[in-house]
Design a protein around this ligand. Structure first.
Ligand code: NAD
Length: 483
C-alpha cells in the first residue's frame, strides 16, 4: 500500500497522564509516527500532579488554551486522587468543550484473544452530554430523591446523525437504536422519533430499534447481530463497557469523544498504577484511541496502516502479559517491545483476522440542520408536588377541592407516578411524596400561582411544581400509571 503524506502537520495536544500513561503514550506515538502520522505535538500536564497542586479539575488554565488551539486531544489515563474535593477530569473536559459523541469500536480478535463471540465487530455511539448526566438531583422529602433526565431535540439529532454518518463513511451496514420509550415516552420517545426521522435520510443503511433491556441481552448474547449502535448517555455508558469486555479484554479498546470544537481520544482503561514503570502495560487501548484520532483528522491511510500492523502483531502471537496465553501466544513482550513489533509490521496486513479498510477522503457531514417550526405551546395545568408523611389521597383531595381556585380543577393525585385518586388501588404503597394535578383552559401563570398559593394556604408543603403544556395540541407530560 502506498502512503500519501498529508502536506501539513496537524497540531494536537498530548497528555502523558499518570501510572502506565507515559509508557503507553510513548509506545503509541512511536507507532503512529513510524506509520507516517503528520503531527505537530503540544504537551500538557494533567492528572495527579496537577490535582496535588490544588487544582480540583486536574488541569491547568494554560492547558485549556492548548486544547482550544489544537482542538485535538490525545490523552493517556490519569490517576484520580482518593478523597473528596476532586472533580473528574474526563467529565470536566467533555462537558466544558462540548464533546457530544462518545464512539467506541469493539471487535473480537478470535482466536488470538479468547472470547465467546468470535465474530463480534460493533461500534457504540453514545450521547455524551445529556440524559441523567446533567447530575441535576434533589432530595425533596424524607423518603424521595429525584434525578432529572433531559433529552433535547438538537442533542439527539446530532448524535443520531453522527451515528448514521459514521456508518456511511465507514461502510457499515446497519444502525441500531436502543431506548426505553415504552416507559419514558417523552424523553426516550423523542430520541427514538428523531432516530426514525434521520434514518429516512439514509435509505442505503438498514435501521432498527430495540427496547434497551432486551437489546442489551441480545447484544451480550449475540453481538455479531449488531453493527453501529446509538443510544442515550446512561445506556451507552453501561453497554459500551459490556461490549468492550465481551470482546475478550477491556484493555484493548480505545474511544473518541467528539465535539464541534474539540475532540478527545483515549484508551478506555485507567492508569493501572500497580503496573507503572515496569515496561509491562499493553499500549493497544491508547493506540486504538490514536487510530480514531488519525481518522478524525483526515489521516485515514496512516490509521489503516497502523491498525493492520497491530492486527498482524496480535496474529503473530506477540502479546503483552495481559493477553498472553501459552496456547496461542508466541512471545511475551513488554510495552516497548510490543511497539517495536508493530513498527516492524507496518505495511503488512493480517492473514486470519479481517484487515481494516478506512475510507479515504470521505468526510462526515455532521453540520446541524435548520430548526423546524416551533410548535404552538399551550399552558393547560400544573403538577404540584407535596411532602406529606402519612398522607391519605382521599383526605388530600377533599382539602384541595375545598381550596377551590377558579379555572383550576384537581384531576388526579399520584404517588411516585401511580394514580392514587380518584379510585386508587388500596394495595398501592404511599410514600411521603405526592403529585396533585390541576388542569383548566385557559390556564396561565396567574392560575398556576393561585393554585400554589391555595395549596400552601390549605396547610400543605409544596416541594416543587411542574407546568403542564401541550405542543400543537399533543400532551407534553406523562399520565400517571393507572390513569
Ligand atoms: P484500571 O483500568 O487502571 O486497571 C484495571 C485492571 O486492568 C488492573 O488490573 C490493571 O493492571 C489492568 N490494566 C489496565 N490497563 C492495562 C493495560 N494497558 N495493560 C495491562 N493491564 C492493564 O482501573 P482501576 O485500577 O480501577 O483505576 C486506576 C486509576 O485509573 C484510578 O485512579 C482511576 O480513577 C483511574 N482511571 C482513569 C481513567 C481515565 O483517565 N480515563 C479511566 C478509568 C480509571
Amino acid at each position: 500500500m502506498t502512503t500519501t503524506l498529508t502536506a501539513k502537520k496537524t497540531p494536537i495536544t498530548v497528555a502523558y497522564g499518570d501510572g502506565i500513561g507515559p509508557e503507553i503514550m510513548d509506545a503509541t506515538l512511536r507507532i503512529i509516527t513510524a506509520a507516517g502520522a503528520q503531527l505537530d505535538v503540544e504537551n500538557i500536564e494533567i492528572g495527579e500532579s496537577v490535582y496535588n497542586r490544588g487544582l480540583s479539575n486536574g488541569i491547568e488554565d494554560s492547558s485549556w488554551d492548548s486544547l482550544r488551539r489544537t482542538k485535538v486531544f490525545l490523552k493517556a489515563p490519569i490517576t484520580t486522587p482518593q478523597g473528596g474535593g476532586f472533580k473528574s477530569l474526563n467529565v470536566t473536559v467533555r462537558k466544558t468543550l462540548g464533546m457530544y459523541a462518545n464512539v467506541r469500536p469493539c471487535a473480537s480478535l478470535h482466536p488470538f484473544v479468547a472470547t465467546k463471540h468470535p465474530n463480534m465487530n460493533l461500534v457504540i455511539v453514545r450521547e455524551n452530554e445529556e440524559d441523567v448526566y446533567g447530575g441535576i438531583e434533589h432530595r425533596q422529602t424524607n423518603q424521595v430523591t429525584q434525578c432529572l433526565k433531559l433529552i433535547s431535540r438538537p442533542g439527539s439529532e446530532r448524535i443520531v446523525r453522527y451515528a448514521f454518518e459514521y456508518a456511511r463513511v465507514n461502510k457499515r451496514k446497519k444502525v441500531t437504536c436502543f431506548t426505553k420509550d415504552n416507559i419514558m415516552k417523552l424523553t426516550d420517545g423523542l430520541f427514538h422519533k428523531i432516530f426514525d426521522e434521520i434514518a429516512k435520510e439514509y435509505p442505503e443503511i438498514e435501521n432498527e430499534h430495540w427496547i434497551v433491556d432486551i437489546g442489551a441481552a441480545k447484544m451480550a448474547d449475540s453481538p455479531e447481530a449488531f453493527d453501529v449502535l446509538v443510544m442515550p448517555n446512561l445506556y451507552g455508558d453501561v453497554l459500551s463497557d459490556v461490549a468492550a469486555q465481551i470482546t475478550g479484554s477491556v484493555g484493548l479498546a480505545g474511544s473518541a469523544n467528539i465535539g464541534d470544537h474539540c475532540s478527545m481520544f483515549e484508551a478506555i482503561h485507567g492508569s493501572a498504577p500497580r503496573r507503572a514503570g515496569q515496561n509491562l502495560a499493553n499500549p493497544s487501548g491508547l493506540l486504538h484511541g490514536a487510530i480514531l484520532m488519525l481518522l478524525h483528522i483526515g489521516q485515514g491511510e496512516i490509521a489503516e496502516k497502523a491498525h493492520n500492523a497491530w492486527l498482524r502483531t496480535i496474529e503473530d502471537g506477540v502479546h503483552t502479559y495481559d493477553i498472553y496465553k501459552e496456547a496461542v501466544s508466541r512471545r511475551k513482550v513488554g510495552t516497548r517491545e510490543f511497539a517495536d513489533a508493530v513498527i516492524e509490521r507496518l505495511g503488512q496486513r493480517p492473514q486470519t483476522l479481517a484487515p481494516v479498510e478506512y475510507a479515504k477522503g470521505e468526510q462526515m457531514d455532521i453540520a446541524a440542520r435548520a430548526e423546524g417550526n416551533r410548535a404552538q405551546k399551550t399552558h393547560v395545568g400544573v403538577d404540584v408536588f407535596l411532602d406529606l408523611p402519612g398522607g391519605n389521597p382521599d383526605t388530600i383531595a377533599d382539602r384541595l377541592t375545598k381550596a377551590n381556585v377558579p379555572g383550576a380543577r384537581l384531576t388526579v393525585i399520584s404517588n411516585r407516578g401511580t394514580k392514587v385518586w380518584p379510585q386508587g388501588n388500596p394495595d398501592t404503597f404511599w410514600s411521603d411524596h405526592w403529585c396533585c394535578r390541576f388542569e383548566g383552559t385557559p390556564f396561565g401563570a396567574d392560575t398556576m400561582l393561585a393554585v400554589v398559593g391555595a395549596v400552601a394556604a390549605a396547610g400543605f408543603e409544596v416541594v416543587k411544581t411542574e407546568n403542564l403544556y401541550t405542543f400543537d395540541g399533543a400532551r407534553g407530560y406523562s399520565l400517571a400509571q393507572g390513569q
